[in-house]
Write a protein that binds this ligand. Structure first.
Ligand SMILES: *Cc1c(COP(=O)(O)O)cnc(C)c1O
Length: 223
Protein backbone atom coordinates (compact mmCIF):
# COMPACT_ATOMS: atom_id res chain seq x y z
CA UNK A 1 0.00 0.00 0.00
CA UNK A 2 1.33 3.45 -0.85
CA UNK A 3 1.60 6.25 1.68
CA UNK A 4 -1.36 8.01 0.08
CA UNK A 5 -3.52 4.87 0.27
CA UNK A 6 -2.54 4.42 3.91
CA UNK A 7 -3.37 8.01 4.75
CA UNK A 8 -6.74 7.69 3.01
CA UNK A 9 -7.52 4.52 4.90
CA UNK A 10 -6.61 6.02 8.26
CA UNK A 11 -8.68 9.16 7.66
CA UNK A 12 -11.51 7.08 6.20
CA UNK A 13 -11.74 5.07 9.41
CA UNK A 14 -11.96 8.20 11.51
CA UNK A 15 -14.68 9.58 9.28
CA UNK A 16 -16.62 6.33 9.37
CA UNK A 17 -16.61 6.51 13.15
CA UNK A 18 -17.98 10.05 12.80
CA UNK A 19 -20.81 8.67 10.59
CA UNK A 20 -21.40 9.92 7.13
CA UNK A 21 -18.73 12.61 6.85
CA UNK A 22 -17.52 12.97 3.26
CA UNK A 23 -13.81 13.28 2.55
CA UNK A 24 -12.77 15.75 -0.12
CA UNK A 25 -9.14 15.16 -1.14
CA UNK A 26 -7.56 18.57 -1.75
CA UNK A 27 -5.12 18.08 -4.60
CA UNK A 28 -4.00 21.66 -5.32
CA UNK A 29 -0.26 21.78 -5.76
CA UNK A 30 -0.13 17.98 -6.07
CA UNK A 31 0.87 16.03 -9.16
CA UNK A 32 -1.49 14.02 -11.32
CA UNK A 33 0.50 10.97 -10.26
CA UNK A 34 -0.58 11.52 -6.65
CA UNK A 35 -4.18 12.01 -7.75
CA UNK A 36 -3.91 8.73 -9.64
CA UNK A 37 -2.70 6.97 -6.48
CA UNK A 38 -5.57 8.36 -4.45
CA UNK A 39 -8.10 7.42 -7.15
CA UNK A 40 -6.63 3.91 -7.27
CA UNK A 41 -7.24 3.68 -3.52
CA UNK A 42 -10.90 4.51 -4.11
CA UNK A 43 -11.00 8.28 -3.55
CA UNK A 44 -13.60 9.93 -5.82
CA UNK A 45 -13.95 13.57 -4.77
CA UNK A 46 -11.09 16.02 -5.32
CA UNK A 47 -10.82 19.70 -4.45
CA UNK A 48 -8.85 22.29 -6.40
CA UNK A 49 -8.33 26.00 -5.74
CA UNK A 50 -7.44 27.29 -9.20
CA UNK A 51 -9.58 26.76 -12.29
CA UNK A 52 -6.67 26.53 -14.74
CA UNK A 53 -4.69 24.05 -12.67
CA UNK A 54 -7.82 21.95 -12.19
CA UNK A 55 -8.67 21.86 -15.91
CA UNK A 56 -5.17 20.58 -16.73
CA UNK A 57 -5.56 17.81 -14.15
CA UNK A 58 -9.03 16.87 -15.39
CA UNK A 59 -7.63 16.44 -18.89
CA UNK A 60 -4.68 14.43 -17.61
CA UNK A 61 -6.99 12.23 -15.55
CA UNK A 62 -9.07 11.51 -18.65
CA UNK A 63 -5.99 10.66 -20.66
CA UNK A 64 -4.92 8.25 -17.93
CA UNK A 65 -8.45 6.81 -18.03
CA UNK A 66 -8.93 7.25 -14.32
CA UNK A 67 -12.40 6.29 -13.10
CA UNK A 68 -14.70 9.28 -13.29
CA UNK A 69 -13.81 11.72 -10.52
CA UNK A 70 -15.90 14.44 -8.87
CA UNK A 71 -14.18 17.83 -8.92
CA UNK A 72 -14.93 20.58 -6.39
CA UNK A 73 -13.75 24.16 -6.75
CA UNK A 74 -12.72 25.39 -3.30
CA UNK A 75 -10.78 28.54 -4.21
CA UNK A 76 -12.19 32.01 -4.91
CA UNK A 77 -13.88 32.30 -8.30
CA UNK A 78 -13.63 35.41 -10.44
CA UNK A 79 -16.32 36.24 -12.95
CA UNK A 80 -14.03 35.76 -15.96
CA UNK A 81 -13.54 32.09 -14.93
CA UNK A 82 -17.16 31.13 -14.36
CA UNK A 83 -17.65 29.53 -17.77
CA UNK A 84 -14.91 26.89 -17.50
CA UNK A 85 -15.93 26.34 -13.87
CA UNK A 86 -19.58 25.80 -14.87
CA UNK A 87 -18.54 23.43 -17.63
CA UNK A 88 -16.10 21.26 -15.73
CA UNK A 89 -16.77 21.08 -12.00
CA UNK A 90 -19.43 19.11 -10.13
CA UNK A 91 -19.34 21.48 -7.17
CA UNK A 92 -18.38 25.10 -6.52
CA UNK A 93 -17.99 25.64 -2.77
CA UNK A 94 -17.08 29.30 -2.85
CA UNK A 95 -20.21 31.21 -3.86
CA UNK A 96 -20.02 34.70 -2.38
CA UNK A 97 -22.15 36.78 -4.72
CA UNK A 98 -25.38 36.72 -6.66
CA UNK A 99 -23.50 37.78 -9.77
CA UNK A 100 -21.14 34.80 -9.77
CA UNK A 101 -23.98 32.41 -8.99
CA UNK A 102 -26.10 33.80 -11.81
CA UNK A 103 -23.28 33.43 -14.31
CA UNK A 104 -22.66 29.83 -13.21
CA UNK A 105 -26.35 29.03 -13.58
CA UNK A 106 -26.52 30.58 -17.04
CA UNK A 107 -23.32 28.88 -18.15
CA UNK A 108 -23.96 25.40 -16.77
CA UNK A 109 -24.34 23.20 -19.88
CA UNK A 110 -27.79 21.65 -20.39
CA UNK A 111 -26.34 18.18 -20.80
CA UNK A 112 -24.95 18.16 -17.27
CA UNK A 113 -26.83 17.86 -13.97
CA UNK A 114 -27.24 21.12 -12.05
CA UNK A 115 -24.03 22.43 -10.50
CA UNK A 116 -23.86 21.77 -6.77
CA UNK A 117 -22.98 24.92 -4.86
CA UNK A 118 -22.18 26.02 -1.32
CA UNK A 119 -22.24 29.55 0.04
CA UNK A 120 -18.92 30.48 1.62
CA UNK A 121 -19.46 32.16 4.96
CA UNK A 122 -16.81 34.19 6.74
CA UNK A 123 -16.99 33.81 10.50
CA UNK A 124 -13.46 35.08 11.07
CA UNK A 125 -14.12 38.73 10.29
CA UNK A 126 -11.08 40.71 9.27
CA UNK A 127 -8.66 37.79 9.67
CA UNK A 128 -9.76 36.29 6.36
CA UNK A 129 -11.35 38.24 3.58
CA UNK A 130 -13.18 35.53 1.65
CA UNK A 131 -16.76 34.69 2.29
CA UNK A 132 -19.87 36.62 3.10
CA UNK A 133 -20.87 37.83 6.54
CA UNK A 134 -23.23 35.51 8.44
CA UNK A 135 -25.92 38.20 8.37
CA UNK A 136 -25.93 38.14 4.54
CA UNK A 137 -26.13 34.40 4.06
CA UNK A 138 -29.88 33.95 4.15
CA UNK A 139 -30.51 36.70 1.62
CA UNK A 140 -28.03 35.17 -0.82
CA UNK A 141 -29.46 31.69 -0.22
CA UNK A 142 -32.91 32.92 -1.21
CA UNK A 143 -31.54 34.16 -4.53
CA UNK A 144 -29.27 31.21 -5.31
CA UNK A 145 -31.78 28.53 -4.33
CA UNK A 146 -34.10 29.48 -7.21
CA UNK A 147 -31.44 29.59 -9.92
CA UNK A 148 -32.41 26.84 -12.34
CA UNK A 149 -29.05 25.26 -13.12
CA UNK A 150 -27.68 25.36 -9.57
CA UNK A 151 -28.41 23.11 -6.63
CA UNK A 152 -27.75 24.85 -3.34
CA UNK A 153 -26.48 22.17 -0.94
CA UNK A 154 -25.29 24.16 2.07
CA UNK A 155 -22.44 26.18 3.50
CA UNK A 156 -18.66 26.18 3.42
CA UNK A 157 -16.36 27.87 5.93
CA UNK A 158 -12.65 28.23 6.60
CA UNK A 159 -12.22 29.16 10.27
CA UNK A 160 -8.84 30.85 10.67
CA UNK A 161 -5.95 28.68 11.99
CA UNK A 162 -6.32 28.26 15.72
CA UNK A 163 -9.89 29.59 15.69
CA UNK A 164 -11.83 28.91 18.88
CA UNK A 165 -14.59 26.33 18.96
CA UNK A 166 -17.21 29.11 18.97
CA UNK A 167 -16.38 29.95 15.34
CA UNK A 168 -17.20 26.42 14.26
CA UNK A 169 -20.34 26.47 16.36
CA UNK A 170 -21.43 29.72 14.77
CA UNK A 171 -21.26 28.15 11.31
CA UNK A 172 -23.10 25.08 12.51
CA UNK A 173 -25.86 27.18 14.08
CA UNK A 174 -26.28 29.16 10.88
CA UNK A 175 -26.39 25.92 8.88
CA UNK A 176 -28.95 24.29 11.17
CA UNK A 177 -31.13 27.39 11.10
CA UNK A 178 -31.37 27.30 7.30
CA UNK A 179 -31.29 23.56 6.73
CA UNK A 180 -35.02 22.85 6.62
CA UNK A 181 -35.95 25.90 4.56
CA UNK A 182 -33.33 25.32 1.86
CA UNK A 183 -32.90 21.55 2.03
CA UNK A 184 -29.25 21.82 3.03
CA UNK A 185 -27.32 18.58 3.39
CA UNK A 186 -23.69 19.74 3.29
CA UNK A 187 -21.57 21.67 5.76
CA UNK A 188 -18.02 21.83 4.39
CA UNK A 189 -15.66 22.72 7.22
CA UNK A 190 -12.33 21.37 8.48
CA UNK A 191 -8.91 20.75 6.92
CA UNK A 192 -5.86 18.64 7.88
CA UNK A 193 -5.19 20.54 11.10
CA UNK A 194 -8.74 21.05 12.34
CA UNK A 195 -10.84 18.21 10.96
CA UNK A 196 -11.46 16.64 14.38
CA UNK A 197 -12.78 19.86 15.79
CA UNK A 198 -14.85 20.58 12.67
CA UNK A 199 -16.42 17.10 12.76
CA UNK A 200 -17.16 17.44 16.46
CA UNK A 201 -18.95 20.69 15.61
CA UNK A 202 -21.08 19.20 12.86
CA UNK A 203 -19.15 19.27 9.56
CA UNK A 204 -20.52 16.82 6.98
CA UNK A 205 -17.59 17.28 4.59
CA UNK A 206 -13.93 17.87 5.39
CA UNK A 207 -11.41 19.18 2.87
CA UNK A 208 -8.08 17.48 3.47
CA UNK A 209 -4.85 18.00 1.53
CA UNK A 210 -1.61 17.61 3.43
CA UNK A 211 -2.78 14.79 5.69
CA UNK A 212 -3.47 12.70 2.58
CA UNK A 213 -0.80 13.75 0.10
CA UNK A 214 1.97 15.18 2.27
CA UNK A 215 3.39 18.65 1.71
CA UNK A 216 2.37 20.38 -1.51
CA UNK A 217 5.04 20.43 -4.19
CA UNK A 218 4.64 24.10 -4.82
CA UNK A 219 2.60 26.93 -3.46
CA UNK A 220 0.87 27.38 -6.77
CA UNK A 221 -0.78 30.66 -7.55
CA UNK A 222 -0.78 30.66 -11.30
CA UNK A 223 -4.45 30.60 -12.18
C1 LIG B 1 -5.65 24.08 0.73
C2 LIG B 1 -7.03 24.03 1.24
C3 LIG B 1 -7.48 22.94 2.02
C4 LIG B 1 -6.61 21.80 2.46
O1 LIG B 1 -5.66 22.22 3.39
P1 LIG B 1 -4.70 21.16 4.13
O2 LIG B 1 -4.19 21.91 5.29
O3 LIG B 1 -3.63 20.80 3.14
O4 LIG B 1 -5.52 19.98 4.51
C5 LIG B 1 -8.83 22.93 2.40
N1 LIG B 1 -9.67 23.93 2.06
C6 LIG B 1 -9.26 24.98 1.33
C7 LIG B 1 -10.24 26.05 0.99
C8 LIG B 1 -7.93 25.07 0.92
O5 LIG B 1 -7.55 26.15 0.20
Amino acid sequence: MTGIAQNLQAIGERLKAARGVTLLAVSKGQSVERIREAAAAGQKAFGENYVQEALAKMRAAEELRLPSLEWHLIGPLQSNKTRPAAESFSWVQTITSEKIARRLSEQRPEGLPPLNVLLQVNVSGEVTKSGIAPAEVEDLAEKVSVMPRLRLRGLMAIPEPGAPRERYREVKTLFEGMKAQFGFDTLSMGMSDDMELAIAEGATMVRVGTAIFGAREKAKNAA
